[in-house]
Write a protein that binds this ligand. Structure first.
Ligand code: NAP
Length: 471
């Protein structure tokens, strides 16, 4: 099907790509400002303004591309009967956001489809967005951080970048993003003979900060290689706004989330149900909206750790003997549960802050014995698995000073760190004849159950994915 999207919007383009639709993208360049002014002058309704603008854009491209299906789009923001365009200055945006604070405004999204210069289909949706009360200082900070991007948007915000500005929404993600993909796909499916297009499913990683996350790269790769209709993005949410924002994102159509620092405990508390491993770890890294509408929490860090370990090692046996785990943070917690579940009979736990290790051991199992940070070398002859779950040895962090001269050569040594890929610990262990496993596979495998739950297919962890994530 020969399809053209008559829009410059990268988000609309992204939505079509997410739906696995091959389309051309063309910019219609119409005089939106004057058309809008003249429609306001004749007291046209907001939905008619958006529809007319979408129509002008589609018609302009359609006339030059007869035989193609052309999607025209427009979105306008309406508050107290007034149509809001792009902010003309930071001062104007400050005034606009002060007016929106604590109030509800509408986003009117119009989409039309033209062929041979004639309208074939049209659709208008109206979403209601309630902004929470925002202080003047917050508005100033927001404008300083986001002005270069939001100055191009009606109303002066990007919902996808700062959903935490809102307290509730009535509408769906795609309408708010400016492309009502569900009805568009219904129309296209009636007019094409190939296999039907599916509405994209949505997932995201939530963190604060979140820009460093590799998850969008991984899930984006899996969506592409599995030809799944779906999208996966990163969303930064401040801790204070986590619960409200997550619930709102579920309401607008998200199937689920990966959750990273600092939200893992809050994510577990927010869920209606949790897997037993999430319960035992005391934190969630995966949220899933079930068919019942309930939110289920899982923690796949331990799964990722163990799957990596057994897939990289041909010889490792959990029952061979005790393990030594260095570190007592969030990752160590998941590792301890995974090792015990796999059948490791005893774990020596060693952390700089001994009290933290003692709390963890008391929380998880009597099979965990806490030892002093200074004694970690002495225990080496007795252990068959050594795990570094501290941040020591990571690029930019202090080195892990750990003399392996007493290590059992039959032991497997693994590091959760993957930057660098081969840490000093792994180099030293390899030199002493130990089998070693790096941390990158844990990162890749932990994403698999979430992808399956949200997008309905079990993705592969392979060298191509590893190279992509490490690039
Ligand atoms: P965390 O909760 O912040 O815990 C950090 C741990 O490192 C604590 O045990 C801390 O000891 C210890 N530590 C930090 N600085 C230290 C120092 N100077 N001397 C001795 N110990 C020190 O972090 P996390 O989430 O558990 O992550 C730990 C590591 O695992 C990180 O490097 C992270 O990148 C990696 N990780 C990898 C994956 C993966 O998929 N491969 C997944 C999760 C985490 P104290 O308790 O004494 O502060």
């Amino acid at each position: 099907m020969d399809l053209i999207l008559a829009s410059q919007s990268t988000m609309r383009r992204r939505i079509l790509n997410a739906a696995r639709i091959d389309a051309q993208f063309m910019s219609p360049q119409i005089d939106e400002e004057n058309i809008t002014k003249s429609l306001i002058a004749v007291q046209a309704l907001p939905r008619d303004i958006a529809d007319t603008l979408a129509e002008h854009k589609a018609l302009k491209i359609s006339r030059k591309n007869l035989d193609s299906w052309v999607i025209g789009c427009d979105q306008i923001l309406v508050f107290e009967g007034e149509v809001f365009g792009k902010p003309v200055s930071p001062e104007a945006l400050k005034d606009t956001l002060s007016r929106f604070s604590g109030q509800t405004h509408s986003l009117v999204t119009a989409n039309v489809i033209y062929k041979n210069g004639k309208p074939q289909w049209r659709h208008v949706s109206i979403s209601q967005l309630s902004m929470r009360i925002i202080t003047a200082t917050e508005i100033d900070t927001y404008i300083e951080a986001h002005w270069p991007v939001v100055k191009h948007s009606a109303g002066g915000y990007h919902f996808e970048r700062t959903p935490d500005l809102f307290s509730s929404v009535r509408g769906n993600w795609f309408d708010i993003m400016g492309l009502s993909i569900d009805p568009i796909l219904s129309f296209l499916n009636q007019n094409q003979t190939g296999s039907p297009f599916q509405t994209p499913r949505l997932a995201a990683v939530l963190g604060h900060p979140v820009a460093q996350s590799k998850s969008p790269l991984m899930h984006g790769h899996w969506l592409k290689t599995n030809q799944v209709s779906g999208d996966y993005i990163a969303i930064d949410i401040p801790p204070m706004r986590f619960n409200t924002t997550v619930r709102m994102l579920f309401d607008v159509g998200f199937s689920g989330f990966n959750v990273t620092i600092p939200h893992k405990e809050q994510a577990l508390a927010l869920a209606d149900d949790m897997s037993s491993r999430a319960h035992r770890i005391g934190a969630a890294n995966t949220l899933i909206k079930m068919d019942s509408g309930k939110i289920s929490a899982d923690n796949t860090d331990g799964y990722g750790f163990m799957t990596n370990l057994v897939s990289q090692s041909s010889t490792w046996l959990p029952g061979a003997g005790p393990s030594l785990v260095l570190g007592a943070g969030g990752a160590a917690r998941a590792v301890l549960v995974a090792l015990l579940d796999a059948g490791v009979p005893k774990i020596y736990l060693c952390n700089r802050t001994r009290a933290r290790a003692e709390d963890l051991a008391a929380d998880i199992s009597y099979c965990i014995e806490v030892i002093d940070w200074e004694d970690k070398q002495d225990i080496l002859p007795d252990v068959f698995t050594v795990v570094n779950a501290t941040s020591l040895g990571m690029t930019g962090k202090p080195p892990l000073e750990f003399d392996l001269k007493n290590v059992n050569p039959d032991a497997l040594v693994t590091d959760l760190i993957y930057a660098p890929l081969e840490t000093q610990l792994l180099r030293d262990a390899r030199a002493r004849g130990c089998e070693v496993v790096s941390g990158i596979g844990m990162l890749l495998h932990q994403g698999v159950p979430g992808f399956d739950a949200w997008f309905g297919s079990w993705p592969a962890v392979d060298e191509e994915l590893e190279a992509l994530v490490l690039s």
